[in-house]
Design a protein around this ligand. Structure first.
Ligand code: PHE
Length: 363
């Protein structure tokens, strides 16, 4: 057997008996590395005469190819064996409950907005929205709030700096401008609610500079105060999930409604806690104001380009945060916006737990 054939047989045998990837790698370096035996033989080709090269070249090339192929095959076999061994020894128990990480919950404000949207959807109201950055006209003028009205004073309203030739811009102080935007773009009949953020320069335990309101608006023919009262009663019963909600309507004043009514609900004291429901005039009871409302002022209907002799309606507005506090027994409004996870864990809701006119998912 020639020297090269011997070498080849030896290397192939060594590779065949190598049983670790490290051993195969050591053989590769010894044969095909920079100073390897096969590499050394390949280098001798350069110094040979053409005839000699023709004679010795092919077996040397064959040696290199055979050794390379043997190493590649051996490596693949060892890797496959290692993988098989791992697959055989490691198991994943798919029946174990997965760690889902920290779970969020629905903020009470979002919860109450969802509840209100559900209740009013059952009454045929759709949800309308408007910008939080409003102009003076939509927030005040069109709502019949004259220049001299105290609501326009700087201490209540966050105004943007005046810009030459630009409308005066502000952060809306209530959701009522959505009434205007809806009447100007939607032909009546109209039945909408408009939940959203509003802003006033005010801060203490019961006031935050940003809070949430929900507006309601109905514009149709022949609408009366009776429709308003029924709607509010139906909504408050569904919201507080009690049949014994007693309303008290008090004459009031809002520039954009005429007549205007403030609505109180009766509560009774249970273990010193106010619980909504029952006649507020009983000895252990009282009244809580929950919303402002009234028949939409003719001037507002006119400002929106509608004929007030043809179209009438009612509007109401209430604080979402306040409703949440009353329903779920929370007492500090500021906690709503602190982002304290312990508070959220305590008061937060899971999705889909929303009452409707017919009682909701939980009922
Ligand atoms: N916009 C009034 C407020 O912020 C509430 C209201 C709305 C009153 C609609 C009457 C009709 O206090």
């Amino acid at each position: 057997m020639s020297e090269i054939a011997n070498l080849k047989a030896g290397l192939i045998a060594d590779i065949a008996s190598a049983d670790t990837l490290d051993a195969v790698e050591a053989l590769r370096v010894g044969a095909l590395g920079k100073n390897g035996v096969v590499t050394g033989l390949l280098k001798t080709l350069g110094g040979m005469s053409p005839d000699e090269r023709l004679d010795k070249g092919p077996p040397i090339q064959d040696l290199r190819e055979s050794v390379t192929a043997a190493i590649t095959a051996k490596k693949a076999a060892l890797e496959q064996a290692a993988l098989d061994a791992r697959l055989a020894s490691e198991t994943i128990d798919m029946t174990l409950p997965a760690d889902l990480g920290p779970q969020g919950s629905v903020h009470p404000v979002s919860q109450v907005m969802d509840e209100l949207a559900e209740i009013f959807a059952d009454l045929g109201f759709s949800v309308a929205t408007g910008p939080e950055i409003e102009d003076d006209w939509h927030n005040f003028t069109a709502l019949n709030i004259p220049e001299t009205h105290p609501a326009r004073a700087m201490h209540d309203t966050f105004y943007f700096p005046d810009e030459e030739g630009q409308k005066r811009m502000l952060l809306r102080t209530h959701t009522s401008p959505v009434q205007i935007r809806t009447m100007m773009t939607t032909p009546p009949p109209i039945r909408i609610i408009a939940p959203g953020r509003v802003y006033r320069s005010d801060s203490d335990a019961t006031h935050t500079p940003m809070f949430h309101q929900i507006e309601g608006l109905v514009i149709d023919k022949g609408i009366t105060l009776g429709h308003l009262k029924w709607t509010l009663e139906t909504f408050l019963k569904a919201f507080f999930e009690r049949e014994d909600i007693v309303l008290r309507l008090r004459p009031s004043y809002f520039p954009f409604t005429e007549p205007s009514v403030e609505v109180d609900v009766g509560y009774t004291l249970v273990n010193g806690q106010r619980v909504i429901g029952g006649d507020g005039d009983v000895a252990d009871g009282g009244w809580l104001e929950v919303l402002g409302s009234g028949m939409v002022n003719r001037r507002v209907i006119e400002a929106c380009g509608l004929d007030p002799d043809e179209w009438q309606g009612f509007a109401f507005g209430t604080g979402v945060d306040r409703l949440a506090m009353l329903k779920y027994g929370m007492n500090d409004l500021r906690a709503f916006f602190d982002g304290d996870l312990r508070w959220l864990k305590h008061y937060g809701f899971s999705a889909l737990d929303v009452p409707t006119l017919s009682g909701g998912v939980g009922a």
